[in-house]
Design a binder for this molecule. Sequence first.
Ligand code: PRX
Length: 637
Amino acid sequence: MHYPYQIKSLEDYRNIYERSVQDPELFWSDIADHFTWRKKWNRVLQWEFHTPKVEWFIGGKLNITENCIDRHLIHHADAPAIIWEPNDPNEKFRKISYRELHREVCMVAAVLRKLGVKKGDRVCIYMGMIPELTIAALACARIGAIHSIVFGGFSAESISDRIQDAHAEFVICCDGAYRGSKIIDLKAIVDDALTSCSFVKKVLVYQRTKTEVTMHTGRDVWWHEIRNETDSVTALQIPAEEMDSEDPLFILYTSGSTGKPKGVVHTCAGYMVYTHYSFVNVFQYTIDDVHFCTADIGWITGHSYIIYGPLSAGATSLMFEGIPTWPDAGRFWSIVDKHQVNILYTAPTAIRSLMTFGLVPFQNKNLSSLKVLGSVGEPINEEAWHWYHEHAGKNKCPIVDTWWQTETGGILISNLAGVTPEKPTFATLPLPGIQALLMDEDGHVITENNKIGYLCMKFPWPGIMRTTYGNHELCRRTYFEKFTDLYFTGDGAFRDENGFYRITGRVDDVLKISGHRIGTAEVENVINMHPDIVESAVVGYHHEIKGQAIYAFVVNNGHKRIENELRNEINHNLSEHIGPIVKADKIQFVSGLPKTRSGKIMRRILRKIAEGELENLGDTTTLLDPAIVEEIIKGRQ
Ligand code: PRX
């Protein structure tokens, strides 16, 4: 089965795109008509970017879980909604039908109500990649609570920052999570985080690893115990909460140029319509396909293309608990073979890491079910593109290079699988409704081909973020100030003679390390906490597998220290304060940093030194101490 709004040819795309920009309100309301509403909207859109204020489907009432679950029960109840592949291939996988998903979500929604969670409350979720994570998120949405999912690779301090910022009085976690050969003690990390969050009322704990945990009387509740005490007949009868189109659905924290991550807020209706529309069009999903997105649900890709996009389309979404290289580097290919996966959506960093294992992991794996491959999270280099195309796709599967961000909710620029042309390393064309443009430093629109500029959007789409939680001014300053009346993405890009976009990477102080988004200021703050360190400057440099890695220039306080010891302490602190996903690959001790006379660190110079581009460092005469550059070059790692 196809979806009535699925684009079927390049010509079709061009016509639909034209229509979508000529009358965006009509275009999006035609799409939104295909969903289940308790009450239809009375106005499609109200917006102004300078405030910013964006509202879609104003006055509409709905519950996103009725669109992701209940409406599929009529004809599709026994179809698998989720296929779950555990970390250990010897453990039995799970298949959860839409009927079972409905029952579980209603049960957990009833549990949350019993624990005192109400509409509008924030619930922090810190779990491994198990179906109960999806169930927990949907249960929140069912009762109108706002979920804030925190990726399992973040530390106790990162969790407590997020809990405090959102003032989340409820937490859902697991005892532990499996990750390759390791067990991560999630509950112990949560306990640690909560020492500074005494306002948290309840912690619901799902038992996954049977790791020993401390349960705090009065606060901590076992998921299985309270679930078993819940009456399923009553739970299934409780109606889903009626939500306004613009009620918040979730908060997801993401890094920017400022020190602390921001809570990006997405709302119910617009996000639903956009993730759904982009899912069925970019991947050309047809019913009964198995869609395997390898991202973690702790990131936006998991929110949009494991949970909400696929489930709103009645799709089968495959969730994987483990890592691509354990027990061996053929894990993805075994999963594709075992579950007859049709769509595989992963990150360039995973592809590059698998490339280092050669072709042996493909042996005896039948990948003939694959129809579409996808890439997300960072620019894909040509070599990785071709390897993916040849060895995973056997030269017959289109690759969609999907460009988007936490803030955009869904994919904005991408080819549509097999429908619009692909071009290695190019995200290609904007989706219908997406009015992209490139700006130069002086605020002029770039019309020439092949000229790099700042990637911006001039009109809202339903999935755009609405605010940053608790700080609307920060949202305005970060995204809507640099260019008047435009949304600024923070990325650089150029367009070729076909109008295809190629993303060149971040133009701000945000790094993409193995696809993970990390702000250099966050890293510097932690490095500077060390008593032997005066200041530091962090930049990214090209890394064969991770895409980018961290290079830290560090000024210590003159105490004689063994450098490697200090390096280990810095990395230990990064792991403790941000999470084990952050590590400085190179740490160079310097006696000072290149600064302008006004005290601003010249990161441009440090970036070039880190990349080894030593010939053309630009003008260094305006520096306070030009000699420092020579010293840094000499000690380069
Ligand atoms: O720099 C772009 C890069 O990832 C950034 C957004 O990161 P995040 O919010 O974590 O979301 C990642 C998953 C959507 C962007 O500003 N990026 C994402 N996709 C691509 C990309 N860069 C190049 N090509 C892509 N396909």
